[in-house]
Write a protein that binds this ligand. Structure first.
Ligand SMILES: [Zn+2]
Length: 338
């Protein structure tokens, strides 16, 4: 046995090295795809294996008002803001609502924000585009019996307009504390009407409001200060743990440094999520895990049926492996290993 292992080792190693290519990493991601992650792969993986592909750029066609392409390079964060970019409501409006005892999806067709209800108010994760604030956030909360005046914290996954677009409005209106990654405070400061600088997130930071503690991780890659979160949720009183990977999309314009950071942070969050027992995936782009469909299934759920958001630890791990492999594919392509 010992001899076999010695002989096999160099072979395995050379096979592994030979597989560090865009094609191999995309294939590794593709092998794991299902409805819990395939949308994430569409936005994170190279659409075609080639050094100049921008086919899945987050700012590409069909994402009117979406975050600017080459998102990871920073700058241009204000693109897509303002009245000129406001599309007609029928183009973006989508119904959200309750998905756990204490978690509410506030959404548009493209983006989701999340309201965590605690014993002492609301922690809001992301804010959507500014134009959706009234209908999706303010009225969305009222519709489920919550009071937007109870928003005490807003955690911003990253400073792109589709997630931080309503921060200033909500800050002015309800006076919550705003938490962003330090680098993304810098990004947001370049916006036309930036929010007032508030709390700079730290890695592993625990945000406690009443009976609930959300944990924040700084996971750069999509932007320099992207935040991911773990959120304790309850389903009919049973505790579960939700994971949000705060910045998913990559493009041909994402720098090598950001890709390397993305890869190591996806790996790190996988270990953290695994250790903490995360078994629910929440997303800030509905496409990532088919969230609109999932919400419809949640609404139609009958007593005794499983909650469509509870996917199990293995699926959380798979989601983070898929995005990690997508980033590795981009990295390999950039290094001339298509
Ligand atoms: Zn973004």
């Amino acid at each position: 046995m010992r001899m076999n292992a010695t002989i096999l080792f160099p072979l395995c190693l050379s096979t592994l090295l030979a597989q560090d290519t865009g094609t191999a990493h995309k294939a590794a991601a593709t092998a794991l795809l299902n409805s819990n992650n395939s949308g994430a792969a569409r936005l994170a993986c190279p659409a075609t294996i080639g050094p100049v592909s921008t086919a899945n750029s987050p700012g590409g066609p069909g994402r009117a008002g979406g975050p600017p392409g080459g998102a990871a390079k920073g700058g241009g964060a204000a693109k897509g803001r303002g009245p000129a970019a406001t599309p007609p409501k029928e183009n973006w409006y989508a119904e959200g609502g309750q998905v756990f005892d204490n978690l509410y999806m506030l959404t548009t067709k493209v983006n989701s924000a999340w309201a965590v209800k605690t014993s002492q108010g609301i922690i809001l994760i992301d804010t959507l585009f500014g134009y959706a604030a009234q209908d999706a956030i303010v009225d969305g909360l009222k519709k489920v019996g919550l009071d937007p005046a109870d928003i005490k914290y807003i955690i911003v996954s990253h400073a792109h307009g589709d997630h931080d677009g309503a921060v200033k409005f909500l800050q002015d209106t309800y006076k919550p504390r705003i938490i962003m990654g330090p680098k993304d405070w810098e990004l947001s400061a370049r916006e036309a009407d930036p929010p007032r600088h508030d709390i700079e997130a730290t890695d592993g930071q625990k945000v406690t409001l009443g009976d609930t503690t959300v944990t924040i991780y700084i996971t750069p890659g999509h932007t320099g200060g992207t935040l991911s979160v773990l959120v304790p949720v309850k389903d009919h009183g049973q505790p579960h743990l939700a994971m949000e990977w705060g910045g998913t999309a990559l493009s041909g314009g994402t720098s090598k440094e950001m890709l390397e950071s993305y890869i190591s942070n996806a790996k790190r969050l996988k270990d953290i999520s695994d250790g903490a027992g995360a078994d629910v995936i929440i997303v800030n782009h509905t496409e990532y895990n088919d969230a609109l469909n999932r919400f419809e299934r949640t609404k139609a759920r009958k007593a005794g049926e499983p909650n469509p958001w509870i996917v199990g630890k293995g699926e959380v791990e798979k989601y983070l492996t898929v995005v990690e492999e997508c980033a590795k594919a981009w990295l390999a392509i950039g290094d001339g290993r298509p």
